[in-house]
Ligand binder design. Structure first.
Ligand code: NAD
Length: 374
């Protein structure tokens, strides 16, 4: 396979972890006989220094002529947000890319590795039932894109409204993605809505049920968002694929993000209807640790696995990366964010040390291996 990838490392720890992810990508190319060429492009504060904009035309054009985008993270120190270099940096970079490429589905896998259960805030017996969920969040609809209005009502009281809008094509599109994903996983879709109150949710539920008819091998369950929030904490093992709208997805995925225990372990993907995707860790630029060499590269490396799976249909290669990461973590290799004081078996490593070990495992895996893809 011959593919071209736009690499937007961004700010803070972005370039540090991206360097390690690209080493993993090269190892995959060599091991499996693919050609992956890359073009780096500036985004965020790094772009602002040169172009006085967070998302230059040149960067968009490089993305347009690529098969996928690998994105690091953007943003400045939390206390420096009024500096023009950092002001609205995230919105100008990521939200603009989402708009430019009409990314309509966000994938957010959330998994707890048993050896890292001490990082998970849930009880041991709950985690032991297994936490392995794929969240799919619709990205282009809901109240984020409807009309926003603040006005003085006739009685003089200040009033604000945000309009929730979904059409059936938007819902059917993400529902198809959810059912296809469930077919490759454990065969269950939980569709989350607020159909007891909202018309947009009633339409959501009806359309998801219609789409389900085309997937008799997948079980569909409808769940109200308030119940879902409780169930994620009470018993996350019940979920396989969770599909939901933009706002519910925003909130539920952030709640679920605490389950693995560090932002350094999570990857995400945003895809459009043509299958073009952007792959990024959901965490930010972690300016508090940038330059210290301690950032966890696992999230960015898992983004490479997601890209291989969802953009290039290279399931075996994606599984090989996930398996190498899991083995490394099971052996006790820990960056600072996932270390546990008093643990005998752990080996504290820096950013490069973690990826070195992952690379060793990757090269040792016998092909084909789907060890991590249960
Ligand atoms: P953050 O996500 O950057 O960091 C939160 C905490 O998680 C920090 O303690 C950080 O050290 C830790 N962390 C994050 N990724 C890590 C990794 N790979 N390894 C080890 N530890 C890791 O959030 P923040 O500090 O609130 O924001 C910093 C900047 O990032 C801000 O400018 C914010 O706007 C921006 N931001 C960008 C994105 C993005 O690019 N998608 C997302 C969120 C925040």
């Amino acid at each position: 396979m011959d593919k071209h990838i736009a690499v937007l490392a961004g700010d803070g720890i972005g370039p540090e972890v991206m360097e390690q992810a690209l080493r993993v990508l090269s190892a995959i190319a060599e091991k499996f006989g693919h050609r992956f060429s890359t073009t780096t492009a500036l985004v965020g504060g790094a772009a602002y220094d040169k172009y006085e904009t967070h998302l230059p035309e040149e960067t968009k054009s490089i993305c347009r002529s690529s098969d996928a985008i690998l994105f690091g993270s953007v943003g400045g120190p939390v206390g420096d947000m009024n500096n023009p270099k950092w002001k609205n940096c995230e919105a100008n970079s990521i939200l603009s890319l989402r708009k430019t490429f009409s990314f309509n589905v966000n994938y957010r896998p959330v998994k707890v590795i048993p050896e890292l259960e001490y990082l998970c805030p849930l009880k041991k017996e709950v985690i032991e039932r297994g936490v392995d969920i794929l969240f799919l969040r619709e990205l282009l609809g809901d109240c984020y894109f409807g009309e926003h209005r603040t006005f003085n009502a006739e009685n003089g009281v200040r009033t604000a409204t945000d309009l929730i809008t979904y059409d059936e094509e938007q819902i059917a599109s993400i529902a198809e993605v959810a059912f296809r994903a469930a077919q490759k996983r454990r065969g269950k879709v939980t569709s989350v809505d607020k159909a007891n109150v909202l018309d947009a949710s009633k339409l959501w539920r009806a359309v998801v049920r219609e789409v389900a008819l085309g997937y008799p091998d997948v079980t569909l369950e409808d769940m109200l968002v308030d119940n879902c929030a409780m169930q994620i904490v009470r018993d996350p093992s019940q979920f396989d694929v969770v599909v939901t709208g933009n706002m519910f997805g925003d909130i539920l995925t952030d709640a679920a993000a605490v389950l693995p225990g560090s932002l350094g372990l999570l990857a995400s993907a945003s895809m459009n209807r043509e299958g073009f995707g952007l792959y990024e860790p959901p965490g930010g630029s972690a300016q508090d640790i940038a330059g210290t060499g301690t950032a966890n590269p696992v999230a960015q490396i898992l983004c490479v696995a997601l890209m291989l799976r969802h953009s290039f249909a290279l399931e075996t290669e994606a599984c090989a990366i996930e398996s190498a990461v899991e083995t490394t973590l099971k052996e006790g290799y820990r960056t600072r964010d996932i270390a546990r004081s008093g643990e005998d078996n752990q080996k504290i490593v820096d950013t490069r040390g973690m990826s070195e070990r992952i690379l060793e495992h990757l090269l040792a895996i016998t092909v084909p291996s789907t060890a991590a893809c249960s």
